[in-house]
Design a protein around this ligand. Structure first.
Ligand SMILES: [Zn+2]
Length: 339
């Protein structure tokens, strides 16, 4: 019998200790993908299993935070993730379908049938190679299921058929296949980052002296090394109102680096504005601040992954931030000499 994923309870295809001398488990789950679980976190989950809502939220969260390492406090924090609204879940599902089938006219298999079958057969010994299933279509079906954060096959059917097909008209069923409609492509286009071609990275942070120095040394280095041009608004002389300047710069950025150290309200405002425009945000925070009671990051942002950094480990942060930018945004082509 295959080992069950402690997050989503679907079978895993790899579940073992991560290298010798560690107590962390590496898990590859058909639904959640890859993640790492500290041994205390594993024990905690055994004693306090997730309920259905927590499980579907966390499994969905993992789809966009692959290879995350969970320690006990991460599970405690992330099990409280707010459930999304129906339209948000349907949008995540649709976005994933359009990404996997990017050519207009593509035949999309009947994923509702596929997922029903997977759910039915998942406890069988031969899973996933049973009843016309195989590794690839199981991973594909469960990837859609995870993205939609559905708690049941009934909910998934509602999102796919009632919401996306009947209500929004952005998918149609044609024989045994689904297809994205022209309305669907307009909708998808509207969900994309508007500034694909920009080389600007806007830095949102509290303008505190020590933090500004840290940003100069490490945030900016990482951004430049990844091939982008950092813009921090306090560095520019301008005649416009600062708010207008901020908005104008966010509007033309390819992505935002948001540092939540000292919990400045401006940072929440600026990242919210960027997210509303579908401009990606990379979240940072000083580790001590993140974990302290008084500077605790506001709960809603707990949905998102944070790069935590320490004052005396700037170089480490800079390397991780560069890697994160290249992995999520892509490598840019800005050279410092371009000004
Ligand atoms: Zn899982």
């Amino acid at each position: 019998m295959k080992k069950e994923c402690p997050i989503c309870f679907f079978p895993t295809y790899y579940y073992d200790v991560l290298g010798s001398g560690t107590h962390n488990y590496k898990i590859r789950c058909y639904k959640c993908g890859e993640y790492i679980l500290g041994d205390e976190a594993e024990y905690y989950l055994k004693e306090n299993p997730l309920d259905l809502q927590e499980s579907s939220n966390l499994s969905g969260w993992l789809t966009s935070n692959q290879n995350f390492t969970f320690y006990r406090q991460d599970i405690i924090r992330l099990r409280k993730l707010k459930s999304l609204y129906a339209d948000e879940k349907a949008e995540l599902l649709f976005r994933e379908i359009a990404k996997k089938y990017p050519t207009p006219g593509d035949n999309i298999p009947d994923i509702f049938q596929l997922i029903s079958k997977i759910v039915d057969l998942r406890r069988k010994e031969e899973f996933p190679n049973i009843g016309g299933l195989n590794e690839n279509n199981v991973k594909l079906g469960l990837c859609f299921y995870a993205h939609s954060r559905s708690q049941s096959i009934k909910e998934f059917g509602y999102l796919l058929i009632t919401y996306l097909i009947e209500h929004k008209g952005i998918l149609i069923k044609d024989g045994n296949y689904f297809r994205i409609t022209p309305n669907g492509w307009s909708f998808f286009n509207h969900l994309q980052n508007p500034n694909q071609a920009s080389s600007i990275a806007f830095i949102a942070m509290k303008f505190e002296e020590k933090l500004k120095e840290y940003s100069d040394d490490w945030f900016e280095t990482a951004i430049k090394n990844a091939g982008y041009r950092p813009i921090r608004i306090d560095k520019y002389e301008h005649i416009n109102l600062i708010d207008d300047e901020i908005i104008a710069n966010i509007r033309k950025s390819k992505f935002i680096i948001a540092d939540f150290t000292y919990n400045s309200p401006g940072v929440y405002y600026e990242t919210g504005y960027a997210r509303g425009l579908n401009i990606p945000v990379i979240n940072l925070c000083n580790k001590e601040c993140f974990e302290s009671e008084e500077n605790k990051v506001h709960f809603d942002t707990n949905h998102y992954q944070f790069l935590l950094w320490e004052w005396d480990k700037g170089e480490d942060l800079s390397n991780r931030l560069k890697t994160k930018i290249e992995a999520t945004i892509g490598k840019g082509d800005f050279l410092e000499s371009d000004g």
